[in-house]
Design a protein around this ligand. Sequence first.
Ligand code: AMP
Ligand code: ZN
Length: 311
Amino acid sequence: MIVPVGEDAAAGDPHQELHDRLVEAGLLFSTPVQGLYGRSETYQGVVRAIDAMVHRWALELAATTIHVPPVIARSTFDATNYLQSFPDLMGSVHIFRGTDREHAELVRRVEAGGDWQALLEPGEVVLSSAACHALYPMIGGRLPAGGRVFEVSGLCFRHEPSTDPARMQSFGMHEVVFVGDPDGAQRHRDRGLEVALGLLGDLGLEAEPVPANDPFFGRLGTALATSQLEEELKLEAVTPIFAGRDRTAIVSGNCHRDHFAQPFGIESDTGEPAHSACVAFGVDRITIALFARHGLEPASWPDEVTAALFP
Ligand code: AMP
Ligand code: ZN
């Protein structure tokens, strides 16, 4: 028997199956690359509603709101040490600054299907890996007593092509970040995660915090990553999206200690290197989790969920 390739691929693969359902429903539009999608207005409406939910919490904390671009300064990226930990996830922007002759060669190579990228050079920006990375160079200097809270959101890039629609290469991240003294940072992370679990609960997404490791303290298996796990500096709120599969992280709460503040000269009011902590909502992941949990038509979602999402 000959099985059509599409059916065969989806059979028994819950990632592919949900991916196909989202695409067939017109919520996501696929591209030639795995993990890169166009979004429908219905899908993006849910994203906006989740962003608004996070914004309401940020307003309660008197946060300063910053919408950040999808690229960050290469110098900022270098200072975050992301490359030391997860080089396989990063993406770099390359640009063309050649002469007319080099341009002619560029066009020749494009038309011949040759290696035109070799004529490019690194630009002054790289793709942003996490929304909060853009923040730290914006706030150098001494902080007021009690620290400051920022709300930072934007598109992030991670090179992790996948059939899993919840694992995208370009996705939204919405963070609420504290910068100040160590106790304040710890409290922000702990309280923030509680708030996040409450918001997710209101959306009908039961989630549980589990310790995880993160790029900013070293690769998995290294001593730094192990101690980060033991000290629970990173906790992820995980929820089941696919029956019988590992649960998926939809929010993370991170204590960075002075890892980000120190390279950018951010000091607490007493002149100590500041500590930072962020609560990062994966807005696309939460959106996918909502469609997986409640069905592909928001109009038929449970009333409590709709009320929480569209108050
Ligand atoms: P992290 O900085 O790894 O803790 O990521 C923060 C949040 O972004 C995670 O909890 C996820 O919800 C979301 N996220 C991370 N990677 C991806 C991805 N590849 N696709 C979609 N969402 C992601
Ligand atoms: Zn962050």
